[in-house]
Design a protein around this ligand. Structure first.
Ligand code: ZN
Length: 134
């Protein structure tokens, strides 16, 4: 297991443009990328804070996971992403420790990262993403 840092914090928002204003105008951060991940039915916006990113997530479909999350819980923190070395091995190790995986194998996330989610049922209620820079 080789977790190196918090890669990003994912935040579910209803309206990307409106939310970007808060991070830029109030907190003085700069949105450096907006990217659509069709696979996950989201549009994302990124801000760098030190070596950690803030990832805003707006659903592009009422059926998407982010739309469903907001329906249930409202806007707010959606997931926590840890950077690790060798994601495939890390997943095997985590599963061996009894953690329920949402993604059994790495898949492509925003910014060209390989990502995989762990189920919040086995992580104390925190939807956890593991990712690896390739
Ligand atoms: Zn993420």
């Amino acid at each position: 297991m080789d977790i190196t840092h918090i890669e990003h914090i994912g935040i579910a928002v209803k309206n990307l443009d409106e939310s970007i204003k808060y991070y830029e105008n109030v907190l003085g951060l700069k949105c450096y990328a907006v990217e659509e991940v069709t696979d996950q039915k989201v549009k994302t916006a990124f801000f760098m804070v030190g070596q950690t990113k803030i990832e805003l997530l707006e659903s592009t479909s009422p059926e998407g996971p982010i739309a469903k999350f907001i329906e249930k819980k409202g806007e707010g923190i959606h997931h926590l992403a840890f950077a690790c070395n060798n994601l495939a091995d890390t997943l095997t190790e985590v599963e061996g420790k009894g953690i329920q995986l949402i993604d059994k194998t790495p898949r492509k996330g925003a910014e060209g990262l390989d990502i995989a989610f762990l189920h919040p049922k086995s992580t104390g209620g925190v939807l956890t993403e593991l990712c690896e820079h390739k």
